[in-house]
Design a protein around this ligand. Structure first.
Ligand SMILES: Nc1ncnc2c1ncn2[C@@H]1O[C@H](COP(=O)(O)OP(=O)(O)OP(=O)(O)O)[C@@H](O)[C@H]1O
Length: 302
């Protein structure tokens, strides 16, 4: 379990992370979402003990991560896939990590197989595509077979087949009971990957809940009604307190549940040929909730 408690990080006048509190549990994939500059990377670095918090605390499995020797056995992380020595081969890179963490050399072969790089193990990393470097970074994170895994924007640079592979891997790691914490600035990347979400904006917590709970937050939920008596029904629903948009023979109703819409239509013998509840897409809910915290919104003069 990762426990973040009132975590704050300031860089001079910039508050990158502000009194952030949340928990990441094992056995699930938790998405860590926020617009660019929201403070995701800073938070991940504090979890790993690479940055010291200005105040607050974070523990992994009940202890600050820095207190653990042989770190890769406890937490595996991919922060920046480009951050590898290009002159090394994939196997040399992983072997050096295995040595410094006192991990068996056999793990190197195992993780190279697991990420699909066994065939290029003896090629120099500077010839790798970004997708191959992502896989190598994931291999490094898996090396110590750790119970906790952190990934910063791991889907960047991957083609659709690579994205599917990473998603399946995360689900497999979570199903093995591990804690999997994955950052992204795109809701669409998390929609089919994460069970839980931690959403931040300008360093502050916006939501920490399940994907289902998050999607129920969008205010653009409503009932879509199709009827040949659209104008009459609109007036009746409006009189009952609903907000109604009329478009041809279709109404979009907010402020009343579908059951009430149906009841009013029946009472006035208005036939309906459509009655659906529309929930906001996850993307819409995410945009709405983080709108106030986007650093450089399009169209804003700077
Ligand atoms: N070393 C630093 N010195 C000064 N400011 C910093 C430093 N690191 C981060 N920041 C600032 O802190 C804020 C949070 O940055 P961070 O990289 O954690 O965000 P992020 O959510 O990971 O963004 P992105 O999706 O763009 O990577 C930004 O305003 C950034 O400019």
């Amino acid at each position: 379990m990762i426990d973040v408690n009132e975590l704050t990080k300031r860089y001079g006048a910039t508050t990158a992370v502000n009194r952030l509190t949340f928990t990441v549990r094992p056995g699930q994939v938790t998405g860590f979402l926020g617009p660019n500059g929201a403070g995701k990377s800073t938070t991940l670095r504090m979890i790993l003990g690479l940055h010291t918090p200005t105040s607050g605390a974070v523990t992994v499995g009940g202890r600050p991560f820095r207190d653990r020797s042989r770190g890769l056995r406890h937490v595996g992380a991919l922060l920046d896939a480009q951050d590898v020595h290009g002159g090394h081969t994939a196997v040399a890179h992983l072997a050096a990590l295995a040595r410094s963490n006192r991990l068996p050399r056999a793990r190197v072969t195992e993780v190279l197989e697991e990420v699909g790089l066994a065939g290029v193990a003896r090629r120099r990393v500077d010839g790798f595509s970004l997708g191959m470097k992502q896989r190598l970074g994931i291999a490094a994170a898996l090396l110590g077979d750790p119970p906790v895994l952190l990934f910063d924007e791991p889907l960047n640079g991957l083609d659709p087949e690579g994205v599917k592979w990473v998603r399946d891997l995360f689900l497999r790691l979570a199903a093995q009971g591990r804690t999997v914490f994955v950052s992204s600035h795109l809701m669409s990347e998390m929609e089919h990957t994460a069970d839980q979400l931690v959403v931040i904006g300008r360093g502050e917590l916006i939501a920490a809940e399940s994907l289902a709970e998050f999607s129920a937050r969008g205010t653009r939920r409503g009932v879509v009604v199709g009827t040949s008596a659209a104008t009459a029904l609109r007036d009746l629903l409006a009189a009952d307190g609903a907000t109604v948009d009329l478009d041809g023979d279709q109404l979009t109703v907010t402020g009343l549940p579908a059951s009430r819409v149906s009841e009013i239509a029946q009472r006035h013998r208005i036939p309906l040929h459509r009655l659906d509840t529309r929930s906001a897409s996850l993307e819409e809910a995410f945009m709405e909730l983080t709108a106030a915290s986007v650093q450089y919104p399009a169209g804003e003069s700077r």
